[in-house]
Each structure stands twice: as C-alpha cells, then as structure tokens.
Design a protein around this ligand. Structure first.
Ligand code: ATP
Length: 225
C-alpha cells in the first residue's frame, strides 16, 4: 500500500531587517551563525525603504542599498533578499512586514534576528508588543554591548507577558525570545561611512563586491553632520 506523502515540516525563516547603509560583514556573519544555530531554512535580508529610527543624512538610495545587499548574499544558498519594504515605500515598520510575510507564507515560522543595540530600542518601534505575538526573536551579541540577562533588556511594560525559565523568554503566545552569542565583529555601517568620507580603506569590513560597488558609484564620499 502506498503511504500518503509525509507532511513537510513548516519552513523556518530568519529575517534580518536593516538599513544596510551599507551591508557589512557584521550583518552577514550574524545571519550565518543564527541560521546554523537555530536550524533556519533560510534568512531573508530585508532592506528598509525609509527607516523610522535613523537620521536620513548620508542614506544611500534604496536602489543602491538593495543592489549592495544582492551582491553581498551571492554564493550563499541560504540567504535571500526581500524587496517587501522597498516596494511598500514610506516608513518601514517591522510589524507591517511581519504581518505581510505571514499572510504570504502561512505555513512558515519566522525568527526576527537583531543585535542587542536594536533590541534595546524595541519599545520605540511601532506596535512593538505585537511583534512578540507574530514571531520568535533571536537577539545576538553585538560589541560593544555587554551581555545582560534577557529579561533586563526587555521593556518593563511587557515583562509580565513573558516567563523566564532558562536562557530564553517565553511569551504568553508560546513565541520565544532567545539570546545568541555570536562572533564579535565590531563593525558598523556608520563607521564604514566615516572611513569612506575620510578616504580610508573599507577592505575586509564589507564583501569585496560591495566595496567595488561603493567605489564604482562614489557612495559615501561626503562627510555628513
Ligand atoms: P548604522 O551604523 O548606520 O546605525 P548598523 O551597522 O547598525 O548601521 P543596521 O542596518 O542598522 O546596521 O543593522 C541591521 C541589524 O543588524 C540590526 O539588528 C543590528 O543590530 C544588526 N547588526 C548590525 N551590525 C552588526 C554587527 N556588527 N554584529 C551583529 N549584529 C549587527
């Protein structure tokens, strides 16, 4: 008797959202280590159209930032690029992106990847408490932030929605917030922009293809206040 086809398990998708102005090795290494440790099927890199939390001075166009992200992920079969926020335009709110992705891939589960710096500001994000209902979060170490207990990093206003049995927080929905220690790469896009404005090398801070793209288009040459 032929067996019915086994139900394939839900795909586990990591999301790394960012301004990527420009994308650098800190982003890529974080995505790679989280993917491996959490057993994710793929990581979606989602460049924002207009980031609500960042100053707009020195922001390369969405087309340039997207082109750099595309070049950066070439060769990694687990990394994909989503234009969902750039196509939506306007402010890029993660809660809207998560809702749209869940509607588009109803059988998938999502893990939102972010550095400690981003997690510490999550209470400034639109409807941030809803984000905990929509996905797991993987908070990674990021120099120079010291490692602190997860509960202490969580906005006080939502602490009663979580229990803290171990090294992870469990939301009342069952979604989790995990902390993952990753190789510390003290690289930031702002430091890269500063180096470019000062005429300094960015070799080994970004993938070679991104370095070439920046040089070819003369990006970030002007210092901004
Ligand atoms: P900027 O310096 O312009 O503020 P950034 O380098 O922080 O930019 P973003 O695009 O804002 O880059 O970051 C997107 C996400 O990647 C955030 O969650 C951030 O915490 C994470 N991230 C950025 N750089 C690193 C790094 N070096 N190590 C780990 N995570 C990182």
């Amino acid at each position: 008797m032929t067996q019915p086809p086994a139900r394939s398990r839900a795909r586990r998708i990591g999301i790394l959202g960012g301004t990527f102005n420009p994308i650098h090795l800190g982003h890529l290494r974080s995505a790679e280590e989280v993917r491996e440790a959490q057993g994710l099927d793929r990581v979606l890199f989602i460049p924002s159209a207009s980031p609500p939390h960042k100053r707009h001075d020195g922001l390369a166009s969405a087309a340039h930032r997207l082109a750099m992200v595309r070049r950066a992920v070439v060769g990694n079969p687990f990394f994909k690029v989503s234009t969902i926020e750039i196509e939506r335009s306007g402010h890029s709110y993660s809660v809207d992106t998560l809702r749209a992705l869940r509607a588009h891939m109803p059988r998938a589960t999502f893990s939102f990847i972010m550095g400690t710096d981003a997690f510490l500001e999550i209470d400034t994000w639109k409807d941030y408490a809803t984000i905990f209902e929509l996905c797991d979060l993987v908070v990674t170490s990021r120099p120079p932030h010291a490692e602190t207990a997860l509960m202490d990093l969580l906005p006080v206003a939502v602490r009663d929605q979580f229990c803290y049995p171990d090294t992870e927080l469990t939301h009342r929905t069952g979604n989790r917030i995990l902390f993952q220690h990753i190789s510390g790469l003290d690289i930031s896009a702002s430091a890269i922009r500063e180096r470019l404005a000062a005429g300094l090398s960015i070799r080994y801070l970004v993938p070679a293809a991104v370095e070439r793209y920046i040089a070819h288009h003369g990006l970030y040459r002007r210092r901004v206040g």
